[in-house]
Design a protein around this ligand. Structure first.
Ligand code: 2P0
Length: 326
């Protein structure tokens, strides 16, 4: 059957509970550390890819805008898939997010996961998720995890590669993630540049790498054992260690706003009063609070009451990227 040449896919962003920050190979986009994440269902990227005979270069529109740097990263992923399909057509790519782009909400993760899923279908390749994750990883390291639903794990391998796959299905431990939005503005320094600067200048970077493996293995164990308190401890530690590296980068990467810190303090008050909840923060000012479903009303209320919080999103754990109509 000939390839349909056009397909649409949906993918959800993910947030890491044990973080990725830093690369060991910039060209191959190989992460210096593994990571463990949850895929969210409340936000999504929808991407349509249409390969057109006679189109010499890809045309990429993200939320209606064209951007040369984004287009280059998209084309690098498409080139790998075109080579697999033995096809040279350029593609028209249209991608839309239903949440703020480039604001610490993992839009590049859902974006590249949706891209490779749509392109794979359009080219009629039918590659397994694990292989699509390897292509998505070239576009954005965290995107490899959004191919999978629930808890996903990315681990560096002894042979120099990375393995990405599912760790636990969403229904096996249906945690909730309550997100406090403190700014919808795009960040000043993107993750890619930020990671390179941290590696080059932070005196804490080596310590981050040295101590990361134990955090990742502990995170895996606590997810498999559904041990909320132990996962909370390792996730907050990994997050704060990553931000310590960011803060000690030159020039400093200070992604937090006053409301970011106020959210952490509100969650600490809640936890001291007996509500099990923990936080994580990515390369941006938003706070993600992870809790059991019964705690959602209290966590929502506590975060909504923090001055500077403009919106609170309550999310379940979502599926991996999938093909959609359109
Ligand atoms: C993570 N972040 O583990 C960490 C925590 C942000 C902070 O992965 O350069 O956009 O495209 O591989 O995937 C964001 O980094 O970076 C990220 P690239 P990416 O989720």
């Amino acid at each position: 059957m000939p390839a349909p040449l056009t397909a649409t896919a949906i993918a959800h962003p993910n947030i890491a509970l044990v973080k990725y920050w830093g690369k060991r190979d910039d060209v191959a986009n190989l992460p210096a550390t593994g990571s463990l994440s949850v895929t969210l269902d409340a936000m999504r990227t929808r991407t349509r890819v249409c390969f057109e005979p006679g189109l010499g270069a890809d045309r990429v529109r993200l939320d209606g805008q064209e951007d040369a740097a984004t287009s280059r990263r998209v084309s690098a992923c498409l080139d790998l898939l075109r080579r697999r399909a033995g096809l040279a057509h350029g593609a028209v790519v249209e991608s839309d997010n239903d949440f703020p782009t480039g604001a610490g909400l993992a839009s590049s993760a859902s974006g590249f996961a949706a891209l490779v899923t749509a392109a794979d279908a359009a080219l009629g390749l039918g590659l397994p998720r694990e292989e699509l994750a390897q292509v998505a990883r070239i576009g954005s390291g965290s995107a490899a995890r959004s191919l999978f639903g629930g808890f996903a794990l990315l681990r560096n391998q002894p042979d120099g590669g990375v393995a990405v796959g599912p760790l636990l299905a969403p229904e096996a431990w249906p945690l909730r993630v309550v997100i406090a939005i403190t700014s919808a503005l795009p960040k000043d320094v993107g993750s890619r540049d930020g990671m390179a600067a941290s590696r080059a200048t932070s005196p804490y970077y080596e310590a981050w790498l040295r101590s990361h493996g134990a955090d990742l293995e502990a995170g895996v164990r606590h997810v498999q054992g559904r041990d909320f308190a132990a996962l909370a401890a390792v996730a907050e530690h990994s997050c704060l260690k990553m931000h310590a590296v960011m803060l000690t980068t030159q020039p400093p990467l200070l992604y937090w706003l006053p409301a970011t810190l106020a959210c952490l303090q509100a969650l600490q008050v809640l936890r001291r009063a007996g509500t099990p909840v923990f936080f994580t923060i990515d390369a941006g000012p938003q706070v993600k609070a992870i809790c059991e479903p019964a705690a959602v009303p209290a966590v929502r209320a506590a975060l909504a009451a923090v001055p500077g919080v403009t919106r609170v999103i309550d999310s379940g754990l979502g599926p991996g990227a999938y093909r959609a109509n359109g």
